[in-house]
Design a binder for this molecule. Sequence first.
Ligand code: P53
Length: 476
Amino acid sequence: MSKLPNGFLWGGAVAAHQFEGGWNKGGKGLSIADVMTAGSNTQAREITDGLVPGKNYPNHEAIDFYDHFHEDVQLFADLGLKCFRTSIAWTRIFPNGDENEPNEAGLKFYDDLFDDLLAHGIEPVITLSHFEMPYHLVKEYGGWRNREMIRFFVKFARVVLERYRNKVKYWMTFNEINNQTGLNEWGLFTNSGIKITADEDAEKLMYQAAHYETVASALVVKMGHEINPEFKIGCMMAMGPTYPATPAPQDVMKAERTMQAGYWLADIQCKGKYPNWLKRYFERHHFALDITEADLNILAVGTVDYIGFSYYASHVTKTTDNEPDDYMTPGQNPEVKNPALERSDWGWEIDPVGLRYALNWFSDRYDLPLFIVENGLGAFDEKDADGKIHDDYRIDYLRKHIEQMELAVDVDGVQLMGYTPWGFIDLVSAGTGQMDKRYGLIYVDKNDAGVGTLKREKKLSFDWFKKVIATNGADL
Ligand code: P53
């Protein structure tokens, strides 16, 4: 017997820049993902100043969904997907971001895609901004440093919300908007198009950029509900709970503050206001941020309908000898290994119970419907003698997470809308730019060097997940 509600949204998740390719087709402009090179497990992706000849930019072709989408949607339908999460590449609609008129060829591409999905009974779930803002807005305006970005983003959102009002019901504003709170180069660039210069305070800049994004998000939520009252518009958070390394109260306090510092962007988007601790933090640190009364009013009315979130791993933290009074050490939180857990090949801790914990944490704190829009295992895959990928390790990961998700629904009463495993068709890793860090239930023949036929093949996990969907999660 299924423990999940009827109509549960089983699906698969991707993002435009990681799988579409066609980076300069149909009038598309250059996005921030187009200037990021391929890295590896040990080497960070390089963010180049525009395109540099001879560099490997893996997102340019990705898995070329742009020219394969009819056959790919057939495969998605064969898998039995109820929904499909992707993003709309901003640069297909506004190639530079500051034009007045949208690019019709880009709009047409998504019309065709959504029509194809709907014809197969697959509901599109759309992220408006998934690490792919126009590069022009970075060069000319400084990215989300600049309040002007609100206007550009709302204009883009208005065009697509209106255009697809009868095709798309489920939306999310900014993917993993809280990644930037870690202050690393990658997070600031992918979230906000910001590359820190020597005279800038990364932390202050992050608060400013994230503030403009929450204002833009709230404006879009409000506008979306006016365009179509049936729309469900969510935020999207990267969720990785942080546990204390020991039961020492200081470590518990540190873990709590780490959670607060990771999820205040959910507070704003779900509760419509800044949390008290953060208001006081801004005062104590004399961050003179550009936050107006009008902004606060719009935040209060543009709260989201649900929380979409990614879940891959959990974390552990502990205090240091010179821990500050506010337990805040942004950008330098010591990562402690959890002895109770195993790690993936990329060092991500595998913690299925952490997913149940996360679901309970969100549910208690915000009392909103939840949607697991990313979860999965990045791993090296190899073909067996029969030519098929027997990815039992991936099945094992997904099964254990789905079990915990079902406990959260059945035992804990969490309101859960759906579950969409990340990168269910192999794609370019966001963090490393690799192809060989694979999450897929569908294999795509292409390697880190960019070589391959792009042929699609089902892995063992495809057949397994198809059965899971068909039984609404009863047969794992
Ligand atoms: P990759 C961590 C690090 C990098 C990206 O990640 C992340 C996370 C998870 O919080 O974000 C999401 O490809 C993101 C996807 C991404 C996926 O996790 O580095 O929304 O775009 O591909 C997996 O293995």
